[in-house]
Design a protein around this ligand. Structure first.
Ligand code: ACM
Length: 613
């Protein structure tokens, strides 16, 4: 006899409690080494080093980088626990956290961390390595040190021996502040989270069709006109008819704010890479300076999302404008790379322009793609003449790559493969694995997003070295980056939800060797790591804790199996709605004999830590 069984899953969004209770802490205590990203070598040790009011920092070398790493630790513990550790340069190593330089360590960012009940020693080649040792050290402490204002007297640190270094030198996160603008404090929090996960590049997408977000003193109309749009599209760009909110939107970062952010990032060994888009995605600049286009205008700061036809015209006055802008930009950002965009530049305006067609003839160019290459190569020459390098989206390969340019491969991996074969540096950031504006779960359960589907497991499965590359080509792959485009991400909380924990998967891809990576192990560490993110008030997405149900029909009848990806050490509890309303520990598949509604959630002991499903 066949029976129709309907099992309903209710989805109730619960916000995780920011404070842990004791059963969650017990779990963390049993599993002490939840370090993200996973270190190269870790030898577990018994016992604890106690950070108390007696603990001192012993800086064995007079080195600015080492001092910076030590200062970071001091500030962090002061904020989190009220402890004010003192720095000494000589003295007893007992109860000390020792910072020591060692030139025999090969990797600039590598470190050794030895924690014993007697002393803690950080050995590194540079301040960067010491900083990453500090990040690991913090993750050996209880998660409440991450909560500002907590007043712990003694902080236990799990004893361990760690030897660690990154797989890639470029471990980046991008943030689009043009489609939506984010406050300075949020940018700092974003940088803190980049640094916490041992990422080292912040790609700051500053200019777009919908807004220009950096103060350029020579061109005040960029602030007066380009920084503001009249209104913003509501809903998805594909909606028909379109709706707008009717509200003026905008703003920009002053040069003082930019300096503050760059310094904040430097103190965390994060390089900020500014992006000034050209020749496309330039509507906002053209709205203020229409003479830089090929047609007369007027142009407006765009109010909806997409790619727009009018772009910078490759005229002398455009080059002069962009060079003047870049002079101010390079004064503010001391890093090696300046991002010049280069993506999604429609060629219709250039095709229709007699000026462009004459220029193509005069320069002996084949077509508009070569004209784009001419544009980028000119800008590259200028940037190179100031001792800097350019990086651009993979369209800069079309029409010929500028001689020293690095490429961000976003439309897949082909651009990266091609650039590496041409011996150009590459950052891999393909939409397939690195676009954190894509949905991370079923769209009906999620806030509106641009599209796509990129769950955490898929992000984690990515290997930035394309199999097509030979070893000598693969060395041009500098690393990996996650991109947070913000057309559909209007607030900091939403940006955190889209970014975390997928960016943490990317951080581990960038740091940990491919052979050492395992998704089950990652998610187990991640679930424990959530207590740190809770302490830091990060609005991460917790789909990894979701309970999945599967109904099967066997000779013993119909049953429901429940499963969570939270990893070992976590359990599922469920309730039969309309039944006794008691939470039951899930052990074996549940026999289903009638129409039943069951709700279930991942637990740590009796504490619910996941959403109800
Ligand atoms: C891009 O996503 N247009 C680089």
């Amino acid at each position: 006899m066949s029976r129709l069984i309907l099992v309903n899953f209710l989805l109730v969004l619960l916000i995780l409690s920011a404070c842990q209770n004791s059963s969650e802490r017990n779990h963390t205590a049993e599993n002490q080494y939840n370090i993200l990203p996973k270190p190269a070598k870790l030898l577990a040790k018994k016992g604890k080093f106690l950070i108390s009011t007696d603990t001192r920092i012993l800086l064995e070398n007079d080195d600015i980088g080492l001092q910076k790493a030590a200062d970071y630790l001091i500030d962090f513990l002061k904020k989190g626990t009220g402890h004010q550790l003192q720095i000494e340069t000589t003295g007893d190593t007992k109860d000390a956290i020792i910072f020591r330089l060692d030139n025999t360590i090969k990797n600039e960012e590598g470190y050794q961390l030895s924690v014993s009940p007697y002393e803690t020693t950080i050995t590194s080649k540079t301040g960067k390595g010491a900083f990453y040792a500090v990040q690991t050290l913090l993750q050996l402490m209880p998660s409440n040190v991450f909560k500002a204002g907590n007043k712990s007297k003694n902080i236990p640190v799990s004893c361990v021996e760690i030897t660690d270094e990154p797989r890639f030198s470029y471990r980046g996160m991008h943030l689009d502040v043009a489609r939506h603008l984010f406050p300075v404090d949020f940018i700092k929090k974003f940088i803190d989270l980049i640094a916490m996960h041992k990422q080292n590049k912040f790609h700051w997408h500053l200019t777009e069709d919908q807004g220009w977000r950096i103060e350029i003193k020579k061109y005040p109309k960029l602030q007066e006109i380009s920084a503001f749009r009249d209104e913003t599209l509501i809903g998805h760009a594909s909606d028909n008819p379109e709706h707008f909110d009717g509200k003026r939107y905008g703003g920009f970062y002053t040069q003082e704010e930019v300096k503050e952010i760059v310094k904040y990032a430097q103190d965390r060994f994060v390089t900020v890479i500014p992006e000034i888009e050209m020749p496309g995605h330039s509507s906002a600049a053209l709205a203020a300076y229409p003479e830089l286009a090929c047609t007369d205008g007027p142009f407006k700061v765009q109010t909806k999302w997409g790619v727009f036809e009018e772009v910078y015209c490759p005229k002398e006055e455009t080059f002069e404008f962009l060079e003047n802008v870049l002079v101010e930009v390079m004064d503010l950002f001391p890093g090696e790379y300046i991002h010049i965009g280069g993506d999604e530049c429609p060629k219709a305006a250039w095709k229709a322009s007699s000026f462009c067609q004459d220029l193509i003839k005069r320069e002996g160019l084949k077509d508009e793609n070569e004209l784009q290459s001419y544009f980028i190569t000119r800008m590259e020459k200028f940037i190179n003449s100031k001792g800097r390098k350019i990086i651009g989206w993979d369209e800069i390969l079309e029409g010929g790559l500028a001689p020293n340019a690095a490429v961000m491969s976003w439309r897949g991996t082909e651009g990266g493969i091609e650039a590496a074969r041409q011996k150009h540096n590459v950052v891999m950031t393909p939409t397939s694995h690195c676009y954190l504006d894509y949905y991370q779960s079923q769209p009906e359960d999620e806030p509106l997003a641009i599209g796509g589907y990129l769950p955490l497991a898929k992000v984690y499965s990515y290997d930035p070295i394309p199999q097509e590359l030979k070893d000598e080509e693969a060395k041009y792959i500098l690393g990996v980056q996650g991109n947070v485009w913000t057309e559909y991400i209007p607030t900091p909380e939403h940006a955190e939800y889209m970014t975390f924990p997928r960016s943490i998967a990317l951080a581990e891809i960038g740091w940990t060797s491919q052979d050492d990576r395992n998704y089950e192990d990652f998610t187990t560490r991640l679930v424990n790591h959530f207590s740190r993110l809770n302490a830091l008030d990060v609005n991460y997405a917790n789909h990894v804790l979701k309970v999945d149900g599967r109904v099967t029909s066997t000779e013993n009848g119909v049953q429901l199996s429940l499963n969570t990806k939270a990893g070992s050490g976590y359990n599922i509890r469920y309730m039969i709605v309309g039944g006794s309303d008691e939470k039951i520990d899930y052990k074996n598949p549940i026999p289903i004999t009638e129409r039943t509604t069951i709700i279930a959630a991942t637990h740590s002991g009796v504490t619910q830590i996941g959403n109800v499903a």
